[in-house]
Design a protein around this ligand. Sequence first.
Ligand code: IMP
Length: 430
Amino acid sequence: MDMPAIVLIGAQWGDEGKGKVTDVLGGQVGYVVRYQGGNNAGHTVITPDGEKYALHLLPSGVLTPGCTPVIGNGVVIDPKVLIAEIDGLAERGVSCDRLLISADAHLIMPHHRALDRVVERYLGSARIGTTGRGIGPAYGDKVARVGIRVQDLLDPGILHKKLEMVLREKNQVLAKVYNRKAIDVRAVVEEYLGYAERLRPYIADTRLILARALENGETVLLEGAQATLLDVDHGTYPFVTSSNPTAGGACVGSGIPPTRISQVIGVIKAYTTRVGAGPFPTELFDDNGAHLAKVGVEFGTTTGRPRRCGWFDAVVGRYAVRVNGITDLVVTKLDVLSGLAKVPICVGYEVDGQRVDEMPMTQTAFHHAAPVYEELEGWSEDIAKARSFSDLPLNAQRYVLRIEELCGARVSVVGVGPGREENVLRYPLL
Ligand code: IMP
């Protein structure tokens, strides 16, 4: 029987805790595919034996016995980082033998990292606040058709030729515009051919393998990195990442057709956080914000930067449900709100004196959006032990139900603590 593919995405600005879903799905998934982004992502997975792993590039499936992790064509790969991640896991006894890397994925090259940092510096106060990993420049080159792909590692002649061509321009830019050192073609080719030897066993036609897997009745989980509002098309452009984390990106970034996708799981934090620059209507600068940052331990997994914190924004939630076709919401970190007297939810915005209920059409309007809040009563109980919905204090139940109503998708799971078992299950995810 043909099996469906399931997409897992972040519904806000990232760091919603997508690892929770991987925990809930456990061993029920045969393949976990990353379809976009690169080592700008970061998620922490805690395995059943209590081991904690911070992954940046590898799909979380690498930690699930019997699961095949796949890096799809839509990902940009920094091979040095990938190899370090593979070696780091091997040291801890985790094998990456099953890992598959798409031959069509693009590589992050030294000039991408150099340009990411120097361009940000030149942008000054207009900077995006990127992770500095070369993500944007790598995707830029992909679209400009001067990118270098994983398969080029298998052909030293081509690798040299392509790099020489692209560095002819980039070195001019680095040296003449940004006053940086030019990059040596030979040294980079040599470095990358070393990576080629290490990565060769994993390189595959992942598009074909995934099609066969679905035909054979395997369940495929397409795991998004970053999130809806960081999508280069649907997010708060230009304060976005350079790929498509939304559900549509899962098809493009893996080669799995849209007709195969039967379910989209949206992970949404019980409040809102954002790293990097850009508009954020419900951002808090008071004690409540400090509470969320402290209790929620809101520091970036990849860069360690403190995250900006604010109340739950149902306009954003509703937008994410619409753009991704979310069938199930997973509300994470509800426990972080315990102890607050009031838990406001943003239900709309006021933009230049006008009330709006949906995401404004223009970025200028979104910059002017002031949140309109509905104040819900808080709860003080510790909810970490709740496993069924009725275990939650009534006010916490009301909060979740209001999120469900305002966003327009059922809440299937509620995270009540960092541990993998610390979830309230309302509806089965598979
Ligand atoms: P880039 O992806 O490094 O180009 O950064 C672009 C924007 O996306 C910046 O605001 C980053 O902080 C943000 N970003 C990138 N990856 C993540 C993530 O995994 N979580 C949250 N924000 C991210």
